[in-house]
Design a protein around this ligand. Structure first.
Ligand SMILES: Cc1cc2nc3c(=O)[nH]c(=O)nc-3n(C[C@H](O)[C@H](O)[C@H](O)COP(=O)(O)OP(=O)(O)OC[C@H]3O[C@@H](n4cnc5c(N)ncnc54)[C@H](O)[C@@H]3O)c2cc1C
Length: 475
């Protein structure tokens, strides 16, 4: 068995693991080993690689070459162990890695767990092959982690390079696909197939698309999808994958050449649990990204953190946060104390030219969690009505009086749909508002910069403030 030694061992080569590696190297730690079981990608661009409109050369352009990327240290390949970490002995500080050429035992001083999350598929007939399949990183079917190769022939997911190549190939010949799930990944995948001229049916178990939006804003997204000839079926449940397509619980068969499951992801916790790391829905971490075991940190989609708005536990499942967590873990590891800034869940996306974004809690999610809240909606326009402008809507989720630990009027969430410019910076602003627990009164301190259509009393922040005052007055 090959023996290796590293000051810091990182398990997982996704955005969390890779940024932890880069940060440690920048901070002067030269002895770092990273275990990766799949080719790294610019994961957020995978759908665009499949769709070809934004990445004309296809998914290969989205794969990161560790030996050539100008952003990575030139000698990084020497530190990468291609394989899967199968067990860790936290007392002895060693990890066993299975590679194509045999086993490697790595001794380390500190460990960063970055195993990420696996695509989750419901355990339905036809999702798995009859014979146990092998190969590829894991996906979760029901409660079981299985290799990609175990999925049925016409069953697909999108998480890595292998998946993107697989979907790219499908888009080359398919006439129709079904995409299960209407979150950002489901929608971006649907758009990718539409861009390739493939007919798409979107299937959603909820009664509206995009769980990160309340129904009023989700309806705008749904209209856009229909207007681009994407069929959208909401309030329906998949029952089985069949050779001819997807069977729904109501008996209908949605004919398709392939079924793509974009039905969520779940943290990969098997290894962490086996080595005694404390977990709940994800790996439990403190603000330094440290776990309960000395010298062991966890970052990325597998890590559970507190939601800054409410203090409840959160699995953010977003790459930008995985990278920030990686920086925090690396800094603490080299003796530079650093805490993860307050965080919540956020995301922006674009579908057929319509932008949507969501920060923190929707009214639906808050109500489900037992939080008393009310919504405020504000139409916005990018220019004066007499100019060619674009329409949009902002929506806030606001805490009502009587919630323990929440101030009455606290802004818990922000949503936007707009045909205008990307709401990226707007969403960033509301990340601050939500994570700093600002209330509707604090909206007065916000300015709308250069918007000809809004004057002193009808800018959207003040519109929301006036609405909030009215709502609070009426109780
Ligand atoms: C199509 C798509 C679009 C997205 N768009 C955005 C976006 O626009 N913005 C955003 O913020 N986020 C986006 N995300 C989410 C983002 O990709 C994830 O939050 C991010 O990848 C999490 O990084 P991670 O390193 O924690 O985990 P992962 O990316 O899941 O990487 C973990 C890696 O570790 C490997 N691994 C696990 N266990 C082991 C082991 N025992 N040994 C070796 N290797 C192991 C896994 O196979 C995997 O390669 C998107 C995701 C997808 C799929």
């Amino acid at each position: 068995m090959e023996e290796r030694k590293a000051k810091v061992l990182i398990l997982g080569g996704g955005p969390g693991g890779r940024v932890a590696y880069m940060a440690l190297r920048r901070m002067g730690v030269d002895s770092v080993a990273l275990v990766a079981d799949e080719e790294p990608t610019v994961i957020c661009s995978l759908p665009y690689g499949v769709g070809r409109r934004l990445v004309p050369d296809g998914p290969e352009k989205v794969v990161v070459d560790l030996a050539r990327s100008p952003r990575l240290p030139e000698d990084m390949p020497k530190d990468v162990i291609w394989g899967t970490a199968h067990s860790v002995d936290p007392q002895g500080r060693t990890a066993q890695v299975v590679t194509r050429d045999g086993e490697v035992r790595v001794s380390y001083e500190s460990l960063i767990l970055a195993p990420g999350a696996a695509p989750w598929l419901p355990e339905l007939p036809g999702v798995l092959r009859d014979a146990p399949g092998e190969g590829g990183p894991t996906v979760m079917v029901g409660n079981r982690l299985v290799p990609r190769g175990a999925l049925g022939e016409n069953v697909h997911v999108l998480r890595g390079a292998r998946d993107a190549r697989d979907l790219d190939e499908l888009a080359g010949w398919a006439n129709r696909v079904v995409v299960v799930g209407t979150g950002a990944i489901g929608l971006e995948t649907a758009e990718a197939f539409a861009d390739r001229g493939v007919a798409v049916t979107l299937v959603e178990v909820l009664d509206h698309v995009v769980a990160a939006l309340d129904p009023e804003l989700a309806a705008v997204v749904e209209n856009t999808l229909w207007s681009r000839k994407v069929e959208v079926l909401t309030g329906v449940k998949a029952a089985a994958v069949e050779p001819g397509g997807l069977r729904l619980e109501d008996g209908r068969l949605l004919e398709a050449d392939g079924v793509v499951f974009a039905s969520g992801v779940r943290p990969r916790l098997d290894l962490s649990r086996a080595m005694g790391v404390a977990t709940d829905r994800g790996i439990l971490t403190d603000s330094r990204m440290a776990t309960n075991l000395p010298g062991v940190y966890a970052v990325g989609d597998a890590a559970q953190i507190p939601d800054a708005a409410t203090g409840r536990s959160l699995l953010p499942l977003i790459g930008t946060l995985a990278m920030r967590q990686a920086l925090v873990a690396a800094a603490n590891l080299v003796g530079m104390p650093m805490a993860l800034p307050p965080a919540t869940v956020w995301g922006v996306s674009e579908i057929f030219g319509l932008h949507w974004g969501s920060v923190g809690w929707t009214l639906e999610a808050a109500t489900r969690a037992g939080i008393r809240a009310f919504p405020l909606s504000q139409p916005v326009r990018s220019r004066d009505p007499f100019m060619a402008g674009r329409d949009g809507v902002w929506r806030l989720t606001v805490a009502a009086p009587g919630n323990e630990g929440l101030a009455p009027g606290q802004i818990l969430g922000f949503q936007v749909v707009t045909e205008g410019d990307s709401p990226l910076h707007l969403a960033e602003r509301f990340v601050d508002v939500v994570t700093r627990r600002e209330t509707v009164q604090d909206l007065f301190a916000r300015y709308f910069i250069h918007s000809p259509s809004h004057n002193g009393v009808d800018d959207p922040y003040l519109g929301l403030l006036f609405q909030a005052q009215e709502a609070m007055r009426q109780g």
